[in-house]
Design a protein around this ligand. Structure first.
Ligand SMILES: [Fe+2]
Ligand SMILES: [Fe+2]
Length: 236
């Protein structure tokens, strides 16, 4: 196992749910890209707005799946085990984040409509502001979970139990999203964490499930990243 590269993924724990940090890292990267893209979208050039739309649709799909897995599986499992987390506050955060995403979407639609009707720079300014708000709010939420929730889960839920919960989370993700989500997530994290992620899958998940996820990496990672990964961890 490599040393800690960022302040997030914890190398002090060996439970499979430490991959929780990886999805957070990828979400942070994606929402920052989206905010930067919105900042640069100074005109109404349609291709730029279309590319923005695609990034935003993907973020919405991933964040919805992630938050639902937290509320419906992880936080529910903690409740069953008598481990206290502020679940209602976290649920409110998730609902607010989805509303923030809706705001970006509706303002983007409005900007396109108004751009056709009566050109002005104002509507895309609202998209930029909404994307910044989405970014700042999401980063605050992720940081809260990383400080107050994830370490407690890694400390108090046994590795076997974590592996079982990870299996439930993976199984609950929309099937058409997983082949895109897995390489997106792996590409966003540090090389050491990418290796640890694959090793966690191999240790924790049923072999056919682990092989499936690794197959998505083979198909979806940039070739140089895949080559570096397979030089460090044995895959079939
Ligand atoms: Fe969350
Ligand atoms: Fe989260």
């Amino acid at each position: 196992m490599g040393g800690r590269v960022t302040a997030t993924r914890s190398d002090e724990h060996d439970g499979a749910l430490r991959g929780w940090y990886d999805i957070h890292e990828a979400l942070r990267t994606e929402v920052t890209r989206l905010r930067d893209h919105a900042d640069l979208m100074a005109d109404r050039e349609p291709e730029s707005a279309h590319a923005f739309d695609e990034k935003f649709e993907f973020l919405r799909a991933v964040l919805t799946a992630h938050s639902a897995a937290e509320d419906g599986i992880i936080f529910a499992a903690l409740r069953l085990r008598g481990i206290e987390v502020p679940a209602s506050q976290l649920l409110e955060d998730h609902q607010r984040e989805l509303a923030n995403i809706y705001d970006v979407h509706r303002l983007l639609v409005e900007a396109r409509f108004l751009g056709d009707e009566e050109p002005s720079v104002e509507p895309l300014g609202k998209v930029r502001d909404a994307a910044r708000h989405l970014h700042d709010d999401l980063l605050e939420h992720l940081a809260y979970e990383e400080e107050h929730v994830i370490p407690m889960v890694l400390d108090r839920v046994s590795p076997d139990d974590q592996a079982r919960l990870l299996g439930k989370v993976v199984a609950e993700n929309p099937p058409d999203l997983v082949p895109r989500l897995v390489p997106w997530m792996a590409a966003a994290i540090a090389p050491d964490h990418r290796v640890a992620l694959v090793e966690d899958w191999q240790r924790s998940l049923p072999p056919e499930r682990s092989a499936q996820l690794i197959g998505y990496l083979r198909e979806g990672l940039p070739p140089d990243m895949w080559a570096e990964l397979t030089a460090r961890v044995a895959v079939q």
